[in-house]
Design a binder for this molecule. Structure first.
Ligand SMILES: *[C@@H]1O[C@H](CO)[C@@H](O)[C@H](O)[C@H]1NC(C)=O
Ligand SMILES: *[C@@H]1O[C@H](CO)[C@@H](O)[C@H](O)[C@H]1NC(C)=O
Ligand SMILES: *[C@@H]1O[C@H](CO)[C@@H](O)[C@H](O)[C@H]1NC(C)=O
Ligand SMILES: *[C@@H]1O[C@H](CO)[C@@H](O)[C@H](O)[C@H]1NC(C)=O
Length: 304
């Protein structure tokens, strides 16, 4: 009897330790939601990408191309034109227009949501990079300063959309919506691949004025995102140990994917933990100081 009690007690303590070590019980499983809510959730990321790319390439955002898409939501703060080389400026401009198309397609299919307040200020990015390294970069990281900084900052964004779409498709009931999301996924994946290839070309360059390579930056931001989302490795740097490379045979990692080279997937709560920068879908912050929009994101924002 006593022995059995001791056994149970130690099992309990073991379970407790494991869950504490994993950073408290965290849900990585599927959520309940309607097709419309799942797709409207994606608008949060599409707005973010549209504003970051359009402003970065052109110095003006969504409201100067398609003002009705914001449905009265406030304009972003802190976004501005980045100092990009001509090749990257052209690529980012195209990406920005692609996001306008994505917004149009989603809004047409679901009705849309007001654009949430987006904070795209240098300070927001600087905080993310400080968090990624675990110390303050000096001077603070400025995403708009030059091409490589902008690529490193951009690398944070379409990938989150991509893994979200991979997670969304199997949950959708309607083939109409599955077709839409498959189309969105293809282009997000393409954008991510282009950004990562451009970063890979520069992998061993130092990011000025820090004594840190581009590859190390991508590793640290990937690790940060994995830490915030708390659901294992689903985000990888551009140069990795062999066990994360394709078929365990290469340390180049232009595409981030699992052991069968299939894309990782993330749920909406995982995505919110990342884009809020707080590790909690209940605590807004980061790019979304007032929280993300739509029924899925709002359900996690308990009145504080
Ligand atoms: C889709 O199916 C799930 C159950 O499989 C259900 O919870 C959901 O409400 C369904 N309908 C819509 C419109 O998403
Ligand atoms: C808009 O949505 C309707 C269905 O709601 C669809 O038939 C139509 O093709 C869509 N149009 C565009 C331009 O996406
Ligand atoms: C980051 O780099 C370290 C050291 O090479 C490696 O162990 C880790 O797996 C990398 N993480 C990611 C997410 O790429
Ligand atoms: C690569 O290594 C990991 C363990 O580090 C293993 O789980 C996986 O099956 C290996 N993949 C292949 C294709 O051999």
């Amino acid at each position: 009897m006593a022995r059995r009690f001791l056994f149970c007690a130690s099992l309990f303590i073991l379970t407790l330790e494991v869950s504490l070590a994993m950073g408290a019980p965290t849900n990585c499983g599927p959520i309940q939601a309607t097709d419309t809510d799942r797709i409207e959730f994606a608008l949060n990321l599409e707005f973010l990408e549209a504003e970051f790319f359009l402003n970065g390439a052109l110095g003006r955002g969504l409201d100067s191309f398609a003002p009705s898409f914001a449905k009265g939501g406030p304009p972003p703060t802190g976004a501005k034109k980045a100092n990009l080389d001509p090749l990257v400026a052209k690529i980012i401009e195209e990406f920005g227009y692609e996001e306008i198309g994505h917004l149009r397609a989603i809004i047409n299919a679901t009705g849309g949501i007001p654009r949430p307040l987006l904070d795209l200020s240098t300070q927001t990015f600087a905080n993310i990079f400080n968090q990624a390294f675990g110390f303050k970069l000096t001077p603070p990281f400025d995403p708009y300063l030059n091409t490589v900084n902008y690529l490193l900052a951009s690398n944070l964004i379409p990938y989150v959309g991509l893994v979200g779409y991979v997670g969304t498709i199997p949950e959708l009931n309607s083939s109409y919506f599955r077709r839409l999301v498959a189309g969105l996924l293809g282009v997000e994946a393409g954008q991510d691949a282009v950004l990562r290839a451009l970063l890979y070309e520069r992998a061993n360059e130092k990011v000025m004025p820090y004594d840190i390579t581009v590859a190390e930056f991508t590793n640290r931001t990937a690790e940060l995102k994995n830490r915030l989302a708390m659901c294992g490795i689903k985000d990888e740097g551009i140069i990795v140990p062999l066990f994360l490379g394709a078929e365990n045979r290469t340390n180049s990692n232009i595409l981030s994917a699992n052991t069968d080279s299939l894309s990782y997937s993330r749920t909406p709560p995982e995505i919110l933990r990342i884009v809020y920068g707080t590790g909690s879908e209940n605590k807004p912050g980061g790019f979304y100081p007032n929280g993300a929009g739509g029924n899925i994101a709002r359900r996690y924002l308990s009145p504080a």
